[in-house]
Design a protein around this ligand. Structure first.
Ligand code: PRP
Ligand code: ZN
Ligand code: MG
Length: 223
């Protein structure tokens, strides 16, 4: 039996729709049942694994799936975390994709008088990305504490949990709605197509080689 290529994509979130659209535009057909984690392609030997985006880098690095579609923000945070904890952080970056553009930014309550980076010395900063945040602060020689929250980061200052936030911004609507003003860009991100480092199955490699030119075609059409 021919082995099936497994691709991890975000189940629900900013990358989901466009990840599915990209695969569709590449001619990969499947029907998604929202209750199911796995979707089998009806046109190719491909299985889609629909998971939380935060889990995608680890699944690829551990070789649990062959390919992943994930934001650079999540990918780089996971890579730094794994490096720091002596875990395998290897993967192959195949393509940067023309969707999922966003930035990880520092933001402070709009009432804050001084908005310079130096004001963050000694501050508590709420974030889901402590490694990316601390790398940036170190480069800027700022000593601040991170308060790690996996969600609702934008309400942390109002709740008295933090003085500032370091969160993803795309339209800026979330910051605006929470009375926060963006002050510094920490990391710029877009979606990436990544592959597990040790892939030797010839059927899978052939399938990837068939898909990549199609991915490139779709990207070119978007430019
Ligand atoms: C990010 C971020 C904000 C929102 C910002 O969350 O945490 O909530 O997007 O986008 P905006 O500038 O367009 O308002 P995301 O949707 O990535 O989900 P997650 O935090 O649950 O991973
Ligand atoms: Zn997420
Ligand atoms: Mg959010």
């Amino acid at each position: 039996m021919t082995s099936r290529l497994t691709i991890a994509i975000q189940k629900s979130g900013r990358l989901s729709k466009e990840s599915l659209a990209l695969l569709k535009a590449c001619g990969v057909k499947f029907s998604i049942n929202d209750a199911r984690l796995i979707a089998h392609s009806t046109s190719h030997n491909i299985d889609l694994l629909r998971v939380r985006d935060d889990d995608i880098p680890g699944l690829v690095m551990d070789g649990v799936v062959d390919l992943g579609l994930v934001g650079e923000n999540v990918l780089e945070e996971a890579r730094l975390e794994r490096e720091a904890t002596a875990m395998n952080a290897n993967f192959v970056a195949l393509r940067s994709l023309e969707f999922g553009h966003c930035r990880l930014s520092l933001a402070v309550p709009k009432e804050a008088q001084e908005r310079g980076l130096a004001q963050l010395n000694g501050a508590r900063i709420a974030t889901t990305y402590p490694r990316l945040l601390q790398r940036y602060l170190q480069q800027q020689q700022i000593a601040a504490r991170s308060v790690v929250l996996t969600g609702s980061v934008e309400v942390a200052p109002r709740a008295g949990l933090a003085d500032a936030v370091c969160d993803l911004v795309s339209t800026g609507a979330t910051l605006e709605a929470n009375g926060l003003v963006e002050t510094d860009v920490v990391f710029r991100s877009q979606a990436q197509l990544i592959q597990t480092a040790e892939l030797s199955d010839p059927n899978k490699l052939a399938l990837i080689n068939q898909l990549l030119p199609r991915v490139d075609g779709v990207q070119l059409a978007k430019e």
